[in-house]
Design a protein around this ligand. Structure first.
Ligand code: NAD
Length: 284
């Protein structure tokens, strides 16, 4: 008789999650710890990584550690890998969670009107390339580089899983955030490319595309700080999400464990939207 399906294959596996101290990342860490995955939270903010790791370790009884790492600096990633190998063992799973947008790569207006021709600062033409480059690099190079470093043990083990974090912007760009949109689109393309490249050496590569969740990186866009209500943009998001709400970080947990576990052993190169129906809705 068939055994009941479970995530037991994940017990004792070692995972690195970049950006794991963040709002969405820490919900994913909780899910992974709940099935016995040993986790290294590799984050540029070591203090918060340690704090989140300590809390989740105490709550679940699983080994969770914080490690300092900058996803844009190969040397720092290699140093982090050495620490993880020493403290947790060889790495089976990589979750590329670091990412985000910045006000410096955000246009003030959604669509240009004729009147804006005399005030280009608020439009695409006013974007500073420094901010644009930073956001593009964090989301794209910040997925590529950690993958280069943290999947090396998987080559030896001839088995492993990479999970990238994409976004709704990868399918259709949202207004105002061109660098973030282009980078997340590139993450989808890279997910497919790498899945093909690594398919014969036992490493699966997939992504999840979260819909809309209120976090540090987008609060300034979706909430009206003065009133505490949604901004017009926040309201537009809710109106365009068939389930009529923002997601809760916990909503990502099921898709995460599904893609990490052998339950999805024949799945590679896909992006799963976790979006309350947003990507399925034409707006009318
Ligand atoms: P967050 O800002 O709460 O967390 C991001 C984490 O990444 C932070 O802990 C931060 O310290 C870390 N980080 C930033 N730069 C880093 C670097 N150079 N090296 C290492 N760590 C670094 O963000 P979040 O909302 O939890 O986002 C997590 C992922 O989900 C991101 O890739 C984001 O683009 C994506 N995402 C978020 C939403 C949303 O609605 N919040 C939607 C779709 C996708």
């Amino acid at each position: 008789m068939m055994k009941p399906m479970s995530f037991d294959d994940l017990k004792g596996k070692v995972c690195v999650i970049t950006g794991g101290a963040g709002v969405l990342g820490s919900a994913m860490v909780k899910a992974m710890a709940s099935v016995g995955i040993k986790i290294a939270i590799a984050d540029i903010n070591k203090e918060v990584a340690d704090k989140v790791a300590g809390e989740i370790a105490a709550e679940t009884g699983t080994q969770v550690i914080g490690v300092a790492a900058n996803v844009l600096d190969k040397e720092s990633l290699e140093q982090a890998k050495a620490i993880i190998n020493e403290q947790l063992g060889e790495i089976d799973i990589l979750v590329n969670g670091a990412g985000g947008n910045s006000p410096q790569a955000t246009t003030k207006v959604e669509q240009m009107q004729e009147k804006d021709i005399d005030n280009l600062a608020d439009t695409f033409y006013g974007l500073q390339m420094e901010g644009f480059d930073k956001v593009f690099a964090l989301n794209f190079k910040g997925t590529v580089l950690p993958t280069m470093v943290f999947t090396q043990d998987m080559l030896k083990l001839k088995k492993g899983v990479v999970l990238n974090i994409s976004s709704m912007n990868s399918y259709k760009p949202l207004t105002k955030i061109p660098a973030y949109s282009a980078a997340k689109s590139s993450v989808n393309n890279f997910t497919e490319w790498l899945a093909v490249h690594l398919a014969k050496v036992g490493i699966r590569v997939n992504a999840i595309a979260p819909g809309f969740f209120i976090t540090h990186q987008n609060r300034f866009l979706v909430m009206d700080e003065k009133t505490g209500n949604y901004s017009p943009r926040g309201q537009k998001i809710v109106d365009n999400t068939p389930m009529g709400k923002f997601g809760e970080p916990e909503d990502l947990q099921g898709a995460t464990l599904f893609l990490l576990s052998d339950i999805s052993s024949f799945i590679t190169g896909i992006v799963i939207p976790v979006d309350g129906g947003y990507s399925a809705f034409g707006g009318v």
